[in-house]
Design a protein around this ligand. Structure first.
Ligand SMILES: Nc1ncnc2c1ncn2[C@@H]1O[C@H](COP(=O)(O)OP(=O)(O)OP(=O)(O)O)[C@@H](O)[C@H]1O
Length: 650
């Protein structure tokens, strides 16, 4: 009957199934909580029964005789104290165990979700906003398992309900029956409550996810919002979303507020009925005063289990909504297939792309191809600059090279092996990507570089920092490698953050390094030093290719100048490939783009002449240096480089 698919019943059924899953995962803790609750129920109901007996056998005779038997009174007091102790142990046990059940389940599902987020391929993440994922791992998990706080109480006090009902009927069947008349009303009330509450709670939970998404976006874009003076409109956007959540919560709260007093009132009305009928039955000699006291007391006790069942039923819609939202993520099967090929040891790897195409899914899920038939080779140890107008597909190509995504067609080969055939973790051993957006963890410099990997000693970390030309500023930090960098590296300059991100990739001694605009805030001279120094990272078997193969997405002439060759990408195709000079000569698109880089931002740059001069000096020098093999001689030492960086940024 419960399974019938109308709104309320199916919600209840689905909720019970989720509860079943939780119980199977925490059977011991849950049983302990129910046991504690049963002790409490038995103790409380037993106390009621005892009270009736004490009234009849100790108090009533004492009133009749006009004197009290101290022995009887002491025994009665001790028995009642014993029962109270059992009840107290039950309450504490139930609270602790119920809390542990709920929080352990929450912790387990947060871990599962986090693992799933990390396991799911980038394509899946493209389709799911980060705010939504946060909401899944936070409020949805909480909503799912909070039901385990009142549940043991509701189940345990069934004992109380049964004991109290039996005791009522034994004390006086007529009075007991009058008292038990409240039960059907409670069931009806709960059914009505579920029907109205379920959609209200579903709505509130969805709104909670939405608020979380908007908040996450606003915080992510804090700098943009502030710099463009959009605080007011962002505040309004957030307010609108928060307002929707408030309305949804208020609606759910109103329903709860209407339901709770009714739930309270029903047993109280029952007690009134028991007292009225009881007074009449005592008068007519059909019942003893103790029976009336006992039934009235037991009925007031029954109010509690009924309420706790109401709490559980009130939580069930949230449980169902939370579970559906989290299990949607957990049941995602999207994954990347892996082979078992071990990456062969060696030095710089050759890179080969053959007829590679890649498509993103649009809003309707239809594929939208952004890279078409890419054929590209990079010889080991060479540096290739990927150049192209915005949206040409450079970053997408970078993610394919390190297998963050797989091509829709074609093959990406590293060291002659299709990346799909490498064992899990194989690509990460060969290649490292430093992405466009530099991410720095709110952690020490050391952990930002090693990411907690114990394979890397402090010596390795310092060496990577040296190659990334980050050792200078790290040595000046208050605690060196132990300095905790503020959230997202807010304490560092853009160039410093980029160099840390670079060191993070370099410490892993990649044999292919992919830099997606990862040096844009670094002074070109330092950038040249970094690329020239990459060879010193190599700790490779004799006879293997030296150094590192580098693919660098370049936006500045200074960066392009550092490459051995250039691939010019236009509308998702390789329009031309060759040296910078060759492309300047024969590719009109490339020429236009590179010239545009030269004159970019012209109207807005106040120190334009100085900028141009500085950049041209550096670029000319670099173009000359680029002709010589890397590592021919160290570049000039240029201090922090941040000032020059700002001058020479396009
Ligand atoms: N997550 C995504 N979902 C859908 N389309 C995307 C996604 N990321 C990029 N695209 C689209 O793919 C195309 C190539 O984007 P990509 O970021 O690779 O270009 P790019 O050359 O690196 O651009 P830029 O120089 O601006 O960084 C663009 O048309 C872009 O709109």
């Amino acid at each position: 009957m419960v399974k019938r698919v109308d709104g309320q019943q199916s919600t209840l059924w689905r909720g019970l199934k989720v509860i079943g899953i939780g119980i199977r995962q925490e059977p011991l803790m849950f049983s302990a909580a129910v046991l504690g609750s049963a002790l409490y129920g038995a103790g409380t109901a037993g106390g009621g029964w005892l009270l009736g007996r004490i009234t009849d056998s100790v108090l009533a005779p004492a009133f009749a005789a006009g004197r009290i038997d101290r022995g009887d009174l002491t025994t009665a007091g001790l028995v009642l104290a014993g029962v109270a102790l059992v009840t107290a142990v039950g309450v504490v046990g139930r609270r602790v165990a119920a809390g542990l059940t709920s929080y352990r389940l929450q912790a387990r599902y947060r871990r599962l979700l986090t693992r799933q987020y990390l396991r799911l391929p980038l394509e899946w993440h493209h389709r799911h906003p980060a705010g939504m994922l946060l909401s899944n791992a936070n409020s949805d998990v909480e909503a799912t398992w909070m039901v385990f706080a009142p549940l043991p109480m509701a189940i345990g006090v069934v004992v109380m309900l049964v004991v109290a009902s039996a005791a009522m009927l034994v004390a006086d069947p007529v009075l007991g029956a009058v008292g038990l008349l409240v039960l059907p009303w409670v069931v009806v009330l709960n059914a009505v409550y579920q029907r109205y509450m379920s959609p209200a709670v579903t709505r509130a939970q969805a709104e909670r996810g939405e608020v979380s998404s908007v908040a996450h976006e606003s915080l992510e874009a804090a700098a943009v919002v502030k710099s463009l003076g959009r605080e007011e409109s962002e505040t309004q956007r957030f307010s609108a979303s928060a307002d929707q959540l408030r309305r949804a919560n208020v609606r759910a709260g109103r329903l709860r507020a209407a339901f709770d007093p009714l739930m309270e009132a029903i047993p109280t009305l029952g007690t009134l009925a028991v007292l009225a009928v009881g007074a009449w039955r005592v008068q007519t000699g059909h019942a003893a005063t103790g029976d009336v006291v006992q039934v009235a007391y037991l009925l007031s006790l029954v109010a509690f289990p009924l309420r706790s069942m109401g709490w559980v039923l009130g939580e069930i819609p949230r449980t169902v909504v939370g579970w559906e939202r989290t299990s949607a993520v957990l049941s995602e099967t999207a994954s990347m297939p892996y082979g078992s090929t071990e990456p062969a040891p060696g030095g710089a790897v050759p890179v080969e792309l053959e007829k590679v195409a890649y498509a993103y899914a649009d809003d309707e899920g239809a594929p939208h191809e952004v890279l078409h038939d890419i054929d590209l080779q990079v010889k080991p140890g060479r540096t290739l600059a990927l150049v192209g107008p915005t949206g040409a597909g450079k970053s997408t190509l970078a993610t394919l090279l390190v297998r963050l995504v797989d091509p829709a067609r074609g093959t990406v080969r590293l060291d002659g092996t299709d990346v799909r055939e490498l064992r899990p973790g194989g690509v990460a051993e060969l290649a490292a990507l430093v992405p466009q957006g530099t991410f720095v963890f709110n952690d020490t410099v050391r952990d930002n570089i090693s990411l907690g990997d114990p394979r890397f000693s402090d010596e390795d970390v310092w060496h990577a920092l040296e190659v990334a030309r980050a050792d200078g500023f790290v040595r000046h930090l208050a605690h060196g490698l132990d300095t905790v960098i503020g959230e997202r590296g807010a304490d560092l300059s853009g160039g410093q953050r980029q160099r840390l991100a670079l060191a993070r990739a370099l410490v892993r001694r990649p044999r292919l390094l992919v830099l997606d605009d990862a040096t844009s805030a670094i002074d070109p001279r330092i950038e040249a030093e970094i690329l020239a120094g990459l060879g010193t990272l190599a700790d490779r078997p004799a006879g293997s290719e030296p150094g590192v193969t580098v693919v660098v997405i370049a936006y500045r002439r200074a960066t392009i100048a550092l490459a051995d060759e250039v691939a010019y990408l236009e509308n998702g195709r390789i329009a031309d490939q060759g040296t910078h000079a060759e492309l300047l000569e024969r590719s009109a698109g490339y020429r236009r783009l590179v010239t545009a880089y030269d004159h970019d931002d012209e109207p807005d740059a106040p120190a334009r002449d100085l900028d141009e001069e500085a950049e041209e000096l550096v670029v000319d020098e670099l173009l000359n240096e680029a002709a010589a093999p890397p590592g021919d001689g160290p570049g000039p030492e240029t201090g922090s480089g941040e000032d020059l960086t700002e001058m020479t940024r396009r």
